[in-house]
Structure formats: C-alpha cells, structure tokens
Design a protein around this ligand. Structure first.
Ligand code: PLP
Length: 354
C-alpha cells in the first residue's frame, strides 16, 4: 500500500526532478521509489519498506548507511564550520585530509587538489598533465591515450577520454580526440586467449601508439585493474604494471582513475597497490567520504607540482577551482571514513592475498 504522502512525493518528483541518465518519458509513467532513510546495508522508502542497497548508492557507500562515526564527524564539524573557500584560505579538515590521503596513497603522491566528484577529479588530472608539459617546454604534448570501453565521467574532458558510445556520441562534435588502445577483456578476448594463457598481447597496440605518438601525448588515463561502467572488466595480472612501465619508457604521464576502484573496492585501499604501481595522478571520489558527501581529490607528485611554481605574472598557476573545493563537512566525513578503515582493519578483513 502506498500512502498519500508517497503518492504526492511521486507526483512532485515527476513534476520537477530531472533524473540522471534517464529517459524521462518512461520515468513519468513509472512507479517511483522514494527513499527516505538508510540503515546499514539497507535503504528504506517513504512507506517503511526496506531494500538491500546492492549498488552501494552507486559505488559510494563503503561501511553502510548511518555509520555512527561518520554521522558524528559531520555533526561535530557542523558545530564549527560548514564551508569556507580554499581560495586564499585554508581550513582544518582539508589540511588533515590532504596529509592522510598522501600518507595512504602510493608513494610520491603528496600533493592533493580537492574537488566535488569523479568527473572533476579526472578533469583536473587532464588539465594538470597538459599544463605540466607546456610549462616544461614540451608544447607538442597535448593529447591523451585512453582505453576502449573507458568511462571517466560526464564533463567534456572526461567524456573525451571515455568511450561508452551511448553516453558520449551526442556530444562527440564538442569533444577532443584521444588515442584509443584496447583494454584487455579476458572473458571475450579478441585474440581468443583466456586469463590462463594471456600474455597481454593487446599491449602491443598500446605500445605502437606510444612509439609513434609519444611526442604528442601528455598522459595515459586508465581505470586500474577494473573497468567499472564498461561491465566490471577485470584486467589480467601484469597489465597495469606493463602500462606503467611503457608510459615511463615513452615519457607519458599516467593518470589512474580510481574513482570507482578506490577505498577498498578491489581488496586493497587502491587498485594500483595490487601491482605496486605509482601513477603520476590518482583520481579519487565516490568512496572517499564513505558515501556521505560529494568530495573528490586529485593527487599528484612534487615533480608535477613544481612545474606550476613561479611568479604570478608568469601565469604558471593552476587556474582551476570549484566553489566547494575542500569543503570542511566533506573532508570531516572523509577523515572519519579513513579512521574506520584503520580502526576496523577493513582492508585486512577483506583478506586479499597478493
Ligand atoms: C572510473 C570512473 N571515473 C569517473 C567517474 C565519474 O564520477 P562522478 O559520477 O562522481 O562524476 C565514474 C563514475 O561512475 C567512474 O566510475
């Protein structure tokens, strides 16, 4: 039985809310589920029915809903400050979080640039990689190499390096072109191999691109170990490590988009750790706050950071920022999330043997 309140909310939702990735004509005729509460692994609708949150609220929820430590961290931060800009000012939780993230990220990734979502985390890495080379005097390095089936988000830069056709084809006239290398797909391998006899033959095409075009390529972007939106495609052992060594060999920066894989999703805190890979950029979002707040971070190295230093008039600054960059509530939630990982030994509990 649906309550009158639920019916009224459904009417208002259909009248006013435009849902993401949704054909709204179909939506208008559907029976909208309206979620009001969360508890542990469950979502609860306006009539009190419980649903297993199987998609973890789109791969963001890490420890369950209403995790008391995160609830408390946010309310405690709310008692001090909800927001203050990072443009010209610092704030306590963003400083602490930047230090914590650089402490748990693969080594050398100790510069943290905050934003709001996975797409912006990627957009920032793309812009930084492009600007890095320009400021190092390599003006020809303006392109990117990405993988088949990639999904990196919905802003123009992140769509340009993505390849899921239904999401990007309408916008293609507005996107920049990227070199495209095959992502390994052991289950439906085009070379007819399976995981047991895979020698990552598809890396040849990747190396050919680098061999021919590395003088034009600023960076390679990859979803390390697992392509999420493409259909949960797990890359064979050794693939990521070889991508890293080839990018190094050909002088191309590596952007690891760990928006989906970060924060324990692959059994390690970050998927890059599975093959001991240290990228030049690490893009984090989704699970960073345990699934509570829209926060993202792009981590990079001192080497990249230093290329942006100079006198203001040299215009080497990274001219990028979002109003809510480094939002204290989001950072407080993220700090509590990391505390839970530590206190509950979450990664150890996952028991991944590598
Ligand atoms: C690998 C990857 N990168 C980027 C994004 C975009 O993140 P957001 O939806 O927070 O912009 C996603 C979202 O699913 C993703 O899976």
């Amino acid at each position: 039985m649906k309550s009158d309140r639920t019916k009224e909310l459904q009417r208002l939702d259909k009248a006013y809310v435009w849902h993401p990735f949704t054909q709204m004509k179909e939506w208008e005729t559907g029976d909208t589920l309206i979620i009001e509460k969360g508890q542990g692994n469950y979502l609860i609708d306006t009539d009190g029915r419980r649903y297993l949150d199987g998609v973890a609220s789109l791969w963001v929820n890490v420890h369950g809903h209403r995790k008391k430590e995160i609830d408390r961290a946010i309310t405690s931060q709310l008692g001090k400050l909800a927001h203050s800009t990072l443009l010209g000012l610092g704030n306590t939780p963003s400083i602490k979080l930047a230090e914590r993230l650089s402490g748990i990220a693969p080594k050398d990734l100790n510069r943290v640039f905050f934003s709001d979502n996975g797409s912006t985390a990627v957009e920032i890495a793309l812009k930084m990689a492009f600007q890095y080379w320009e400021q190092k005097g390599f003006e020809g390095k303006k392109k990117f190499v990405a993988f088949t089936g990639a999904y990196h988000g919905d802003t123009f830069g992140s769509m340009s390096v993505g390849e899921i056709d239904i999401f990007v084809k309408k916008y293609r006239p507005l996107l920049f072109s990227a070199y495209r290398a095959p992502y390994p797909y052991s289950y439906r391998c085009p070379a007819g191999k399976d995981r047991s006899d895979c020698k990552t033959e598809c890396l040849k095409a990747f190396e050919d691109i680098l061999k021919k075009h590395s003088g034009e390529i600023a960076a390679c972007i990859i979803e390390p170990m697992l392509q999420g939106a493409a259909g949960m495609i797990v890359s064979p052992p050794g693939f990521l490590k070889k991508v890293r060594s080839l990018t190094k060999k050909y002088g191309v920066l590596l952007i690891a988009d760990e928006v989906a894989t970060g924060f324990g999703r692959t059994g390690k805190m970050f998927a890059c750790e599975i093959e001991n890979v240290v990228p030049d950029f690490l893009c984090l979002a989704k699970g960073i706050t345990g699934g509570y707040m829209p926060l993202a971070a792009t981590l990079t190295t001192d080497k990249v950071y230093r290329a942006f230093l100079g006198k203001y008039e040299e215009y080497r600054s990274f001219f990028h920022g979002h109003t809510y960059t480094g939002n204290p509530l989001g950072c407080a939630a993220a700090l509590a999330n990391l505390d839970i990982f530590e206190n509950e030994q979450v990664i150890k509990g996952l028991g991944l043997k590598i």
